[in-house]
Ligand binder design. Structure first.
Ligand code: SAM
Ligand code: SF4
Length: 340
C-alpha cells in the first residue's frame, strides 16, 4: 500500500467521502430517474469489479473514510458481493485507520438475498429509497418495482441488524399527502427518514422536473403543523440537514440542493460506473480515472496523479436554481449514471 498525503481541495476541504456507482442498470424505472426505454451502457464501458476495487482502494489510501455504493441498483450487478468483500477488508485497514464506513443506497428489491452477506462483510447501515407506502403509487413511481418485495427487503435488512434509513423524493401531487404517514411509519420502526428534493437531471429541456418540484422548505412547514421538530446540530459534510421528531424520537433529514446552498463543507466526490470522477453532482466537469488504470495495469502512480489533479479542480459549489419558476444549472446526465 502506498501511503500518500490526504487529498484536500482548493477550498481547504479534505475529501473523505467517495460515492461509487457500480452499474447504470436497474430493475426499476423510477419516473424521476430513468425513462422507461432506457438504454444502458455496453458492458466493456463499465469498470470491472477488479477496477472498482482498485480505484476505491486508491481513494482509501488517499484518506477516504466513507464509501457509499450506489448506482443504478448496486445489488443487480453480477457478483457485486466480491467488491463488497474487498471493501469490507479495508474497514480499519489503511493509513490513518483506513475506511470507517462502508454503506450503500438501494431500492431494496434485492435485500432479502443480500442483507445478511452485506452485514457479514461489515456494512452497518443501508439507505433504502422508498417514496410512498401506497402500493399503487409505488407502481406508478417505480414503473417496474414490486412493493411487497421491497417491504420484505426492508424487513430483511432490519433482521440482519442493519440500520435502515429511508430516502423519499418529495414529489408534488404524488406523495405530498403521505408525509405524516411516512414519519409515523419510520418512527415506529426506528428508521431515520430523509426527504430529497427532486433534481433537474437527465435530458435537458425535457426532464427538468419543475412540475414535480415540492420544495422542502414547504414540506418542513407542512410537517411542523403536525409534529414537534427540533433542529439537530448534525452535519455530515453533505446537503442533508436534520431535525428530531419529538413525538416519534426519529430523525428526519432534508436534502435541499435547490433551496439551500450546502456546498461549503462538501467532503465528497462521485465515481461513475465507467470510471469518470465528478467532483460535484451539479457540475459537468469530470475526470477520467479508467484510462490511467487500463493504460497502467502495473502501477497506481498515474491513477493517484489523476485523482489529485481532479480534486485540484473541485469547484466551490453547484449552480442548480429553481427560483422564480425557471430552471437553470441542469445537468445532462441521469442520476443512475452518476450515482445518487
Ligand atoms: N437504485 C438505488 C436507489 O434507488 O436507492 C440507488 C441509486 S438512485 C439513483 C439513488 C437516489 O437517487 C435514490 O434515492 C433516488 O430516489 C434518487 N434520485 C434519482 N433521481 C433523482 C432526481 N431526479 N432527483 C432527486 N433524487 C433522485
Ligand atoms: Fe433505479 Fe434507483 Fe433510479 Fe429508481 S432511483 S430507477 S431504483 S436507480
Amino acid at each position: 500500500m502506498v501511503q500518500t498525503a490526504p487529498i484536500i481541495d482548493p477550498f481547504g476541504r479534505p475529501i473523505t467521502y467517495l460515492r461509487v456507482s457500480v452499474t447504470d442498470r436497474c430493475d426499476f424505472r423510477c419516473v424521476y430517474c430513468m425513462s422507461e426505454d432506457m438504454t444502458f451502457l455496453p458492458k466493456q464501458e463499465l469498470l470491472t469489479l477488479e477496477e472498482l476495487a482498485r480505484v476505491s482502494n486508491a481513494f482509501i489510501d488517499l484518506g477516504v473514510k466513507k464509501l457509499r455504493i450506489t448506482g443504478g441498483e448496486p445489488l443487480v450487478r453480477r457478483d457485486i458481493m466480491k467488491y463488497f468483500e474487498a471493501m469490507g477488508r479495508r474497514l480499519g485497514d489503511g493509513p490513518d485507520g483506513g475506511l470507517e464506513e462502508l454503506t450503500l443506497t438501494t431500492n431494496g428489491s434485492q435485500l432479502r438475498r443480500f442483507a445478511k452477506p452485506l452485514a457479514e462483510v461489515g456494512v452497518r447501515r443501508v439507505n433504502v429509497s422508498l417514496d410512498t407506502l401506497d402500493e399503487a403509487k409505488f407502481a406508478k413511481i417505480t414503473r417496474w418495482g414490486r412493493f411487497h418485495q421491497v417491504m420484505d427487503g426492508i424487513d430483511a435488512a432490519a433482521e440482519a441488524g442493519l440500520k435502515v434509513k429511508i430516502n423519499a423524493v418529495a414529489l408534488k401531487g404524488v406523495n405530498d399527502d403521505e408525509i405524516h404517514r411516512m414519519v409515523e411509519w419510520c418512527g415506529a420502526r426506528g428508521f431515520d427518514l430523509t426527504f430529497i428534493e427532486v433534481m433537474p437531471m437527465g435530458d435537458i429541456g425535457n426532464e427538468n422536473r419543475l412540475d414535480q418540484y415540492y420544495s422542502l422548505r414547504q414540506l418542513r412547514e407542512d410537517l411542523g403543523k403536525r409534529w414537534r421538530l427540533t433542529p439537530l446540530p448534525l452535519n455530515t459534510g453533505g446537503p442533508a440537514r436534520y431535525l428530531r421528531c419529538e413525538e416519534t424520537g426519529g430523525r428526519i433529514g432534508f436534502i435541499t440542493p435547490l433551496t439551500h446552498n450546502f456546498c461549503e463543507g462538501c467532503n465528497r466526490v462521485r465515481l461513475t460506473c465507467t470510471g469518470q470522477l465528478f467532483m460535484c453532482l451539479g457540475q459537468e466537469d469530470e475526470a477520467d480515472l479508467r484510462a490511467p488504470m487500463r493504460d497502467h495495469p502495473e502501477t497506481d502512480a498515474p491513477l493517484n496523479e489523476a485523482i489529485r489533479a481532479a480534486i485540484a479542480r473541485k469547484p466551490k459549489g453547484h449552480d442548480f436554481d429553481y427560483s422564480r419558476q425557471r430552471v437553470s444549472g441542469e445537468v445532462s446526465r441521469h442520476m443512475s449514471h452518476t450515482g445518487g
